[in-house]
Design a protein around this ligand. Structure first.
Ligand code: ADP
Ligand code: MG
Length: 332
């Protein structure tokens, strides 16, 4: 079942010369209970898409369905959707508990219900001990938890998270990634998570939509996106990639055989629906290449120019015969 369907949505800002297509005919379906991530570089339209789903702004064209219903007529507060912003937007003079209960107060819920729900949320985000602290007197990571609890308190069907971890330092961010996964799993709420960080997207998501310049280029599981990128931008943006020119020799059953410039023939997996012919560019992930001493059987010849030790693995930077740069990763 789809929680959200975005159908041919465009969003144009400005007019005339200054026109910007923040979203250009975007379609995507997000399943119920899914941890779904919008991934792309700054300015590609991620926030714009979230704002349209939340109802803070309206599409120039297209429609957005929530469980099959067009949500255009619903103002933001009537949508069963809530947002966690990067800035948290907490009330500093209010306690942790009052911040969490704020949305429920606004909805005019009975006092007893608010109290019970706030207690439940405090437990969910493990903030019981700090319930009566002011939010100006807790750490950034704790503020993040309060912002999450506040957004989850009214039991939205869909939670939108706009780069919620980007203000946290590396270690805390890693912890919160796992924490967010747990929260999503425990609450069963559909999460639409926005990030420009590919590693974060791979770690957390059931599925990822890769965006660039107002378009969605590919939607798939982390494995799909990593192993079968639909185009060069996706391969380049996610993980490390070596690009090689090649000729297609044959295609069968989702795989191709390609000939490299050296004359060597190697197998290549194909993105869904692609039947390549003639000259192509292939992607070789650094961990899928192996170094061996120069031999006639080698697929490619190159010279090692640099060796970078990274603890768990080592990167060998090679210069190939045609002058291209190539990286091989070896696990230590
Ligand atoms: P992201 O969140 O991926 O960084 P945004 O959705 O914020 O990207 O922005 C997408 C594009 O739309 C950018 O070029 C941005 O400058 C433009 N944009 C966003 N909001 C507005 C606005 N209110 N007015 C004009 N242009 C905007
Ligand atoms: Mg943004």
């Amino acid at each position: 079942r789809n929680a959200i369907e975005v159908v041919n949505v465009s969003k144009i800002f400005g007019s005339g010369e200054g026109q910007v297509a923040a979203l250009d005919t975007v379609s995507v379906s997000i399943r119920e209970n899914e941890f779904f991530t919008l991934l792309g570089p700054s300015g590609c339209g991620k926030t714009t898409l979230l704002r349209l789903i939340a109802g803070f702004d309206f599409p120039t064209a297209g429609e957005i369905l929530l469980y099959g219903q067009d949500i255009a007529p619903l103002p933001p507060f009537k949508r069963p959707v809530n947002t966690v912003f990067q800035s948290y937007a907490l009330f500093p003079h209010m306690t942790v508990a009052d911040n969490i209960g704020f949305g429920l107060e606004m909805l005019g819920k009975p006092k007893a219900e608010i109290k019970a729900r706030v207690t439940e949320m405090l437990k969910l985000v493990q903030m019981e001990a700090l319930a009566s602290r002011r939010t100006s007197q807790i750490s950034g990571g704790q503020q993040q938890r309060v912002a999450l609890a506040r957004a989850l308190a009214p039991q939205p069907k869909v939670l939108l998270l706009d780069e919620p971890l980007s203000a946290l330092d590396y270690k805390l961010r890693k912890e919160m990634q796992i924490e967010l996964k747990r929260l999503q799993h425990e609450t069963g709420i559909t999460f639409i998570f926005v990030t420009h960080d590919q590693e974060e997207a791979l770690t957390m998501s059931d599925r990822i939509a890769v965006m660039s310049s107002g378009k969605i280029l590919q939607v798939g599981s982390p494995r799909d996106i990593y192993d079968r990128p639909s185009e060069r931008f996706v391969a380049d943006f996610i993980g490390e990639s070596n690009f090689l020119k090649a000729d297609v020799v044959g295609v069968s059953g989702g795989r191709a055989t390609v000939r490299l410039s050296s004359g060597a023939e190697i197998p290549a997996s194909l993105p869904e629906g692609l039947v390549p012919k003639g000259k192509v560019t292939i992607v070789v992930r650094p961990e899928h290449a192996q170094l061996s001493a120069a031999s006639p059987g080698a697929s490619l010849l190159g010279t090692v120019e640099n060796i970078v030790y990274l603890g768990t693995d080592t990167h060998f930077h090679l210069r190939l015969a045609d002058g291209e740069h190539f990286i091989v990763r070896r696990q230590n």
